[in-house]
Structure formats: C-alpha cells, structure tokens
Design a protein around this ligand. Structure first.
Ligand code: GTP
Ligand code: MG
Length: 369
C-alpha cells in the first residue's frame, strides 16, 4: 500500500512530470500529474530513467521517540480530566459556567477572557480540568473523542426531561472508553423535576445509584441556583483519588487537540490537553500533519505561560497549519525531526486525498457518459 504522487516522484528524480507521464503511457499506465502510483509502477518507471526506487519506510515512531523514554520512578500524581456530557440543553455549559464563576473569577482578577472549551478549575483540594462537549446529535465524534481523552465523565441529565437519546449515546461512549460516570441530575429547581424518574431510567441503562444498591454516584444539582456544586466537585475528587492518576512530567510533552482555529491575527491556534510530559515555550512540535515551534502558550484565562504539565489545557501558537480536533501533539528535540515527521505525514495525507478525489472524478465521468 506504499504509494507516491507522480509529481512528487518526478520532483525527487529531477525529471519533468510530463516526461514521466509520457513514459508511463508507453508502458500502458495512464496517470495524471496529481495521481498516485504504487510502488511497483514507481520502480518500473524509475528504472526506465536509470533510477532505482527503494522501499525506505520512514520510521516515524523512531523519530518521535515515543517509547524510549523511561518513566520509572518519575510518575507523579496529576489532576483529573473530566468531560461533561449529556443531551442537548440539559445544562452542561451552565454547570461549567457556575463551577468556573464561583471557583475562578474570585481568584483571577479580570475574570474569564478566553473560551476554549477546556478549563482548569482550582478547588481547595486540587485542580480539575473540565472539557465541555456539545449535546446536539450532530456532534457524535466530538463526544466519542471527549470520552477517550478523559478520566471521568460527568453525565448531565435534566431532572424535568429525563434520559434522552444523547444521554444514552454518552453512556455508550463512556463505556466504550472504559471511563467511570458520575451522574449530575440538573435543573432540580424546576417545577417538573423528577429525580426518581431519572434514576429509574438510568438504572435501565445499567447505571444504578448507590442509594439503590448500585455503584454509580448521583448528585442532584441546579446550575441556575448554584446548588449541589460543592458536592459534585467533592465526588469528582473522590473518584479521582480512587483512580490514582499519574503522569511523568519530565518527558517530552504529548497531548491531544481539543479545538483549533485559524485566527486572523495570530495564525493557527490549537487548544491542546497535555497528557504526558511538560510542554515548554520554544519546544519543536508535531501536531497532526503540521509542525512548528511553540511561539506562545496561553492558559484557559488567556494568560501567557512558559510551560504546561500533565492534565493542563493550553492554547498554543506557532503551528504551520490548523490541526484537526483529536490530532495528537508531540514535542521533539529539534526542528528538523518535527519537520521530517510532518512532511512524511503530509505526503501520506496528500496521496490519500488524491486517491479519493481521483475516484470521485472518475465517478463523475461515468455519470456523464
Ligand atoms: P448544548 O451545549 O447545546 O448541548 O446545551 P447544554 O447542555 O450546554 O445546555 P445549556 O447549559 O446551554 O443550558 C440550556 C438551557 O437550560 C439554558 O436556557 C439554561 O439557562 C437552562 N438551564 C441550565 N441549567 C439549569 C438549571 O439548573 N435550572 C434551570 N431552570 N434551567 C437551567
Ligand atoms: Mg453547551
């Protein structure tokens, strides 16, 4: 399945793409400049020009050095990453807002300036990192991703609405990712609130409350009236203690892109959740098919920081392009390796994309015939 785009091969051999196309045509292979050819075809046409093509597999892992770092004795406790999930409008963002307002704004003068979907909250018993997710049915992949990068899921269910399709979906994502669920029954202030119904419906989906002899933690809250929030935070920290979360802050940083955008003034911007190691300003990085050097790092309140350790969400500047949410970010020793890995991925990506578009245009062609 090793392929190369014709123009890339021609460029490497220092031959005009046209010449190569002509030669291939004589060999009975019809390709255009942007199409990919497989290894055997590349070898064949290269030999016509007295070149030899070698199958030099690029060992990305070796360059990335992922498994070579020794974590022994360097694992230390880290704060939990908590993803808020639930059906649309059940109050996920409101819940996060109230958590952030009561815990952050009083500490941080100037309040919240950045909204990056990932927030670090200081409690008197330690930090918690929260990820907000959308409840709308269109965002399945974001929820699936949210479940895989997290330690704990807080499942928000509105007391007046009960279990709905995306509630069930969130349960399934969490199970698939093996992540424990804490249930927050929200909107307890509403007239139609019926927490027993929520508990019954969730029991049908395998989430039995401790009250009823099961092992799932349920907390009744009202984001609107700021009720039950302390208990919810308490339960999160308790669950986190049980999980004994650790990471090695001394290795090269590794993390996931939570959000990304192209900012007209600052260029590509990505919000990254650090999972292992410590990211420093100036670090060379690879992120998806892009690379760069950390030009600046901002925390969730928009303040510049010089480093970010495990479980910290940071906005990073300095990438060559906008990565996709879910892409992995890895810090490397030098710019050259970062560029090498990114170029290799870009080439692979390009040949995959071109394979797709050429298929599409062929289909279009057949449609017209
Ligand atoms: P999506 O992100 O679209 O999935 O929604 P969400 O789950 O983040 O819900 P959001 O926090 O945006 O709240 C939806 C609506 O419910 C808003 O009008 C909130 O004001 C309201 N709401 C949230 N929490 C409460 C609550 O505890 N009580 C009452 N009465 N209303 C609430
Ligand atoms: Mg929301």
């Amino acid at each position: 399945d090793e392929t190369i785009v014709l123009s890339d091969l021609a460029k490497r051999m220092g031959i005009k793409a046209n010449e190569m196309i002509k030669k291939l045509m004589m060999l009975g292979v019809m390709v255009t400049v942007n199409q990919t050819i497989d290894f055997d075809t590349a070898a064949l046409v290269a030999s016509e020009f007295d070149y030899e093509v070698e199958k030099a597999r690029f060992e990305e892992d070796a360059v990335l050095n992922i498994d070579s770092e020794d974590d022994a004795g360097k694992q230390v406790g880290r704060s939990p990453v908590v993803t808020i999930m639930g059906h649309v409008d059940h109050g996920k963002t409101s819940l996060l807002d109230v958590i952030r307002k009561t815990r952050i704004t009083e500490i941080e003068a100037g309040g919240i300036t950045q909204h990056i979907g990932a927030y670090s909250v200081a409690t008197n018993r330690g930090q918690i990192t929260f990820l907000d997710t959308p409840g709308h049915e269109a965002f399945t992949s974001m929820r699936a991703r949210g479940a895989t990068v997290t330690d704990i899921v807080v499942l928000v269910v509105a007391a007046d609405d009960g279990v709905m399709p995306q509630t069930v979906e969130a349960i399934n994502h969490s199970r698939a990712a093996g992540v424990p669920i804490i249930v927050a029954i929200n909107k307890m202030d509403k007239a139609g609130a019926d927490p027993d119904r929520v508990m019954r419906e969730l029991a049908d989906h395998g989430l039995m409350s401790e009250e009823w002899g099961g092992d799932t933690i349920f907390v009744k809250v009202s984001a609107k009236q700021n009720q039950g929030i302390d208990e919810l935070l308490e339960m999160i920290l308790l669950q986190a203690e049980v999980l004994e979360l650790t990471a090695n802050p001394e290795r090269h940083a590794r993390g996931y892109v939570v959000e990304s955008k192209l900012d007209s003034g600052r260029g590509p911007v990505a919000t990254v959740l650090i999972q292992e190691g410590t990211l420093h300003a100036g670090d060379p990085i690879v992120c998806g098919i892009h690379h760069g050097k950390i030009r600046a790092m901002l925390n969730d309140r928009g303040a510049q920081v010089d480093e970010a350790g495990p479980s910290m969400p940071v906005e990073i500047l300095g990438l060559s392009g906008v990565p996709n949410a879910g892409d992995e970010m890895v810090a490397l020793d030098d710019d050259k390796s970062a560029k090498q890995v990114s170029e290799h991925r870009l080439q692979k990506h390009r040949s995959l994309e071109l394979a797709k578009t050429s298929r599409v245009s062929l289909e279009k062609l057949f449609e017209r015939m």
